[in-house]
Write a protein that binds this ligand. Structure first.
Ligand code: MG
Length: 243
C-alpha cells in the first residue's frame, strides 16, 4: 500500500457532524419561533426542506456565483418561502445570526471520527482543508475537542478560491510540507473534495454518508459518478484499513 505522509481532511460532514448539529440548531430555532413565524409547517417538514436549499446556495458559493453574505441568508429565505413562513428580512437576519451562533458551537462528530484521529495521530500530519467560514470552523473544532489533532487548518477564504480549485490543495500541500503523491484527501463532497483532489494529483477517499442521505431525502435515487476514487467508504471505521 502507498505510504502517505499527510492526511487532508474535509471538516463539515466528514469529521464534524454537520447534519446532526444542523438538525439540533434548526430544531431549537424552529421551536423558539414556531408560534410567530412557522405556523404553516411542521418541524419535520422544516428540517426536510432545509438541506436542498443549503446545498444549492453552497454550490453557487463554491462556483463564486454568490457572496458569503448572500449564502448566509438566502438558504433561509428559500426555506421560509417553501414552508410558507411569516417573515421579513429582519427576521431572516435574526434567524441566520442565531443559527451561526448556535450551530458551530455544537460538539457532535461523525461516528468513528475521534477514534480514527486518535489511532492515526502520530503516523501522519493531519490538515483540515475547508470551504467553511473562518469565523465558525474554529468553534466547531473546539466544541468537538479535536483541534489538537491538526497541524494546520487551510481555509478557502485565505486561499482566495474554494475547493475544488487546485490552488487551495496546493496551499494545503505546502503547509503540510509534502508532495501531492504523499497526501490523501478524505471528504464527503464529490465535486469539492474528490474531483478537486484528483485534479491536484492527490489520492482520494470518498465518504459516501452525506450523498446517500441527500439522495434518500430527495428522490431515493443514488448518484452515479463516472470516476472511481482511490478509495470509497461508507463509514469512517473503514479508514482503519486505509490509513
Ligand atoms: Mg464536507
Amino acid at each position: 500500500m502507498k505510504k502517505y505522509k499527510a492526511i487532508l481532511w474535509d471538516l463539515d460532514g466528514t469529521l464534524w457532524d454537520l447534519n446532526g448539529n444542523t438538525t439540533i440548531a434548526l430544531t431549537q430555532l424552529f421551536e423558539r419561533f414556531q408560534s410567530s413565524h412557522f405556523q404553516n409547517t411542521s418541524l419535520e417538514n422544516f428540517l426536510n426542506c432545509y438541506p436542498k436549499h443549503n446545498e444549492r446556495v453552497w454550490a453557487l458559493y463554491r462556483e463564486g456565483k454568490i457572496a458569503k453574505e448572500e449564502l448566509r441568508n438566502k438558504r433561509f429565505i428559500d426555506l421560509f418561502d417553501e414552508v410558507n413562513a411569516t417573515y421579513d428580512l429582519d427576521f431572516v437576519e435574526l434567524f441566520a445570526t442565531e443559527f451561526l451562533a448556535i450551530c458551530p458551537r455544537l460538539p457532535h462528530l461523525i461516528e468513528g471520527a475521534r477514534e480514527i484521529l486518535e489511532l492515526s495521530k502520530d503516523k501522519y500530519t493531519h490538515v483540515i482543508l475547508t470551504n467553511g467560514f473562518i469565523e465558525v470552523q474554529g468553534f466547531k473544532m473546539a466544541a468537538a475537542g479535536i483541534e489538537h489533532y491538526f497541524s494546520t487548518v487551510v481555509y478557502s477564504e485565505e486561499a482566495g478560491v474554494r475547493k475544488p480549485h487546485q490552488a487551495i490543495f496546493d496551499l494545503a500541500l505546502q503547509r503540510a510540507n509534502c508532495t501531492a503523491e504523499e497526501a490523501l484527501m478524505i471528504g464527503d463532497d464529490w465535486d469539492a473534495d474528490i474531483l478537486g483532489a484528483r485534479n491536484a494529483g492527490i489520492d482520494q477517499v470518498f465518504f459516501t454518508a452525506t450523498e446517500k442521505r441527500l439522495a434518500e431525502l430527495h428522490d431515493g435515487k443514488s448518484v452515479r459518478h463516472n470516476y472511481v476514487p482511490t478509495f470509497t467508504i461508507d463509514t469512517l471505521d473503514e479508514l482503519k484499513n486505509i490509513i
